[in-house]
Design a protein around this ligand. Sequence first.
Ligand code: KG4
Ligand code: ZN
Length: 342
Amino acid sequence: MSITILGIESSCDDTSAAVIRDEYLLSNVMSNQDVHMKYGGVVPELASRAHQQNILPVVDRALKLAGVSLIDIDAIAFTRGPGLLGSLLVGTSFTKGLSIATGKPMVDVNHLQGHILSHFIKVPEKEINIQPAFPYLSLLVSGGHTQIVRVDSHSSFTVIGETIDDAVGEAFDKCAKIMGLGYPGGPVVDKLAKEGNKNAFKFAKPRVEGLNYSFSGVKTSLLYFLRDRVAENESFIEENKNDLCASFQSTLIEILMEKLVKASKITGINEITIAGGVSANSGLRDRVVLEGEERGWRTHIPEFRFTTDNAAMIAIAGYYKFLSGYKSSFDIVPVSRSMDYL
Ligand code: KG4
Ligand code: ZN
């Protein structure tokens, strides 16, 4: 018997709905919120309001594109957290309403598990859909998180390393902000870095024990470096922006890779995946593939549309939870902070 899941994601500034049937993606609709651009970051109240505006049309479109109606859905998966509370409340309340109206069960999903399990989404147009084998390591790199997670099954996640301060996505965003490149910073830094020399400038790398990360120092190192150079030449950033982006990005990738390689050595796991918004970075993607070839890893690089926040990943994570018999109770509430990996 097939199982059809409607997924809803509203943790930050993207409203998204997707339909998955037995791991196969039938639709994945997104509505991005341009309203935050002029503020240089996500404004929580504006995000909640935009979710409220977008959620019904987005869900309606996802169902239509998938060619299914609510009657065909077995469960509604939604993001419980972590994320912005006001944004999460919109998705959670919407799901509760839909659930009570249709009699379909709800399945709450940890947003981070969604990113980590996004590699299991099968795309009907692809002849072969390769999924990771357990156990595998996930380098989860997003705007709010930087972790190395050991994944033993669809429901067993162990964080073996994580940032002790900023997330790597924040470092990308901050770099763009300091250089006046707009928000979100990752995609623009990535684009400019392609035209620059990654060896042009050097930034201090942190020394952190074990498999943990730190990104606040490298961010400050860029800030002070630019402050001094701009004092000598006010056009310094404009004249060197490609090299600056290439060098800064390369430092971040070095930091990420050093611990990922170490994690693989310590655990003996050569099945390696990357996930989250920063896994869209072309430099990181190339580097993981290259490192994998040298080290005999089986690497899994996600499709671009499954890297940044999307409901397909919430639907696939919800699918496995539902398959195991899990259903949320009606008194479920969103959680803004990181939840334990259950
Ligand atoms: O996973 P995501 O969409 O949201 C969170 O769960 O945080 O990640 C967003 C982060 C932002 O920091 C954004 O700048 C970064 O992902 N990002 C990138 C790229 N595309 C998005 N960072 C580097 N290179 C990219 N191409
Ligand atoms: Zn995310």
